[in-house]
Design a binder for this molecule. Structure first.
Ligand code: HEC
Length: 249
C-alpha cells in the first residue's frame, strides 16, 4: 500500500478523534443538564487529545520527510494544507497551556477547541481527503483519464501535470536511476545533456527549442532529438511521474 494512502487513512482516524473531541466538549460545556458522567467525559477528552497529538506527529513526520526529500515548491493545495496544519498545532499547544498553566485565559478554551476542529477539517480536506477522492486505492483516476484521452489525441497530448507528493517522489526515484547520469536537476549546466533546473518553467526546451511542455518531454524521452538514448520502454505512468518531478525543478 503506498505511503500516501496509509497517511490518508490515518488522517481519517484523526477526523474521528476530532469528532469525539467535539462531542465530549459539547457534552461537558454545552449542556446545563448533563447526560453522562462529567469526569469520565473529561478523561475521554484528555486521552483523545493525547492520541490526536501522537497521530498528528506521526503524519507530520511523513510530510516533512517528503518535503526534505523532494525539496519541491509546494502546490497551492499543499500550501493551504501546511498553513492549516501549523495553525492546528499552535492552537492545540495554546489550549493545553491555558488549561494547565494560564487559567486566567480559560474562557478562550472553548473557542480554540472549535477552531482546532474546523482547521482539522481544512487540513484533512486539502490532503488526505483530496488524495482519497482523486485516487482509488492507489490507482489514480486522473491517470486513467489521461491515458483514455491519449488514445484519440496525438502522442502525449493533454497531459495533466501531477502535483501529488507520491507521484513526485516516484518520479524523483526514476529520474535518479535513469536520467541523473547525464542531467543535473539543480542547474542548467550541461553534463551530457542540458541541466534540468526550471525545465518546465522556461518557454522553450534548451536544445531542440521546442515549446517546454510535458508533451515535448514525452516526445524527447521516447524519440530523442539527437544523441540522448531513447527510453521508449518507460510506461505512461513512469513518464507522468518523471514529469511531475521535472515540474518541481
Ligand atoms: C546518456 C545520457 C542521457 C541520459 C541517460 C538521459 N539524457 Fe536527456 N539528454 C541527453 C542529451 C545528449 C540531450 C541533448 C538533446 C539530444 O541530443 O537529444 C538531452 C536532452 C534532454 C532534454 C531536453 C530536450 C530538448 O529538446 O532540449 C530533456 C527534457 C531530457 N533530455 C530528459 C531526459 C530524461 C527525462 C531522462 C531520463 C528518463 C534523460 N533525459 C536521460 C542525454 C541523456
Amino acid at each position: 500500500m503506498p505511503i500516501f494512502l496509509i497517511k490518508s487513512f490515518l488522517s481519517l482516524v484523526l477526523l474521528l478523534l476530532t469528532l469525539l473531541a467535539m462531542f465530549t466538549m459539547f457534552e461537558v460545556l454545552g449542556r446545563t443538564e448533563k447526560r453522562f458522567n462529567v469526569t469520565t467525559l473529561i478523561r475521554i477528552h484528555r486521552l483523545n487529545g493525547k492520541f490526536y497529538f501522537a497521530l498528528y506527529l506521526i503524519i507530520a513526520y511523513f510530510c516533512l520527510d517528503f518535503i526534505l526529500e523532494t525539496k519541491g515548491e509546494p502546490s497551492p493545495r499543499a500550501t493551504f494544507h501546511g498553513v492549516f496544519a501549523l495553525a492546528v498545532i499552535v492552537l492545540l499547544l495554546l489550549k493545553v497551556s491555558f488549561v494547565r498553566f494560564y487559567r486566567q485565559f480559560y474562557g478562550y478554551v472553548k473557542t480554540i477547541g472549535i477552531l482546532i476542529a474546523l482547521l482539522t477539517f481544512g487540513m484533512i480536506g486539502t490532503s488526505g481527503g483530496y488524495y482519497l477522492l482523486t485516487t482509488k486505492s492507489g490507482t489514480d483516476i486522473l491517470f486513467k483519464k489521461v491515458t483514455e484521452e491519449k488514445k484519440e489525441a496525438p502522442e502525449g497530448a493533454g497531459i495533466i501535470v501531477k502535483t501529488d507528493p507520491e507521484n513526485i517522489k516516484k518520479g524523483k526515484e526514476l529520474y535518479e536511476s535513469k536520467c541523473f547520469f547525464c542531467h543535473d536537476p539543480h542547474s542548467t549546466k550541461t553534463i551530457l545533456g542540458p541541466g534540468h533546473k526550471g525545465i518546465l518553467k522556461n518557454p522553450l526546451l534548451p536544445v531542440s527549442r521546442k515549446p517546454a511542455t510535458p508533451e515535448s518531454i514525452v516526445a524527447q524521452v521516447k524519440n530523442p532529438y539527437k544523441d540522448m538514448p531513447s527510453f521508449a520502454y518507460l510506461s505512461d505512468d513512469d513518464l507522468l511521474n518523471i514529469i511531475a518531478f521535472l515540474n518541481t525543478l
